[in-house]
Design a protein around this ligand. Sequence first.
Ligand code: NAP
Length: 256
Amino acid sequence: MSQAVSSIVITGASAGIGEQTAMLFAERGWHVVLGARRKEKLEALSKVLSQKGASQVTVESLDVTDDKSVDRFTARTWEACHGRVDALFNNAGLALGIDHVAKGVISDWQAMLDTNVTGLLRVTKAFLPKMIESHRGHIINMGSIASHVVYEGGSVYCATKHAVRAITKTLRLELNGTPIRVSLIDPGMVETDFSLVRFKDDSERAKNVYKGVTPLTARDIAECVWFTAARPPHVNIEEIVVMPVDQAAPHKINRR
Ligand code: NAP
């Protein structure tokens, strides 16, 4: 008898944590569905994932801030997965700038709120009804240490990640009585393009964030996502907070 293939949908799969999560689930033979705005990156990644052992790779451009894009992505996913989505990793997100509120850039605030909060909700709302109907699914949200604590210059980014935590906890209540699991992954410093995006392509400034420190890798976080998704169906990992040994708080970093 052939066994049904498990599938994971990953938003923000074109780089960093999303890309490495796709890699790890591919190695374990899952069907991986990749979404991000840079479709050419997803297409290049798709070839590698097939070689790594993915049972299937589905690629579709996705802008989580855009209704039509999310609708197209969702429809394509359900079709490619034949109605079976085991996990949705809501990973797409970004920080822009590190300005104090008095000097904040409103367009940056709006982009962070639209992507990290409304975007995550938009994608979740698009997938949930069929997950509920099919009695199957796991929403894994990408939080941050910024879901728990704040730092100067991080008002809006931290607010978005506090919101993600609140949404995750609310979903846990709303979905009680269904088999759908809801989890949150909260990393500290992970070396990805995150700082390059935050500092708007200032590579020197971005590099300095990780100077003299051993940060987490995107693969470390992918392992957390895997652990969360691979528990037996009656186990819900509520939240994983994971920090580099060198980082005790956003501002408390041991640099050598
Ligand atoms: P990254 O390398 O910059 O990756 C961010 C991903 O998000 C990219 O694939 C990007 O793809 C996607 N994305 C951004 N805006 C999007 C949109 N509107 N629609 C669809 N996809 C979008 O950074 P990362 O570190 O892997 O970040 C991933 C998540 O981890 C974020 O939610 C971030 O807040 C969180 N996080 C990161 C750290 C860290 O230290 N790195 C720590 C805690 C939490 P496109 O540009 O191709 O759309």
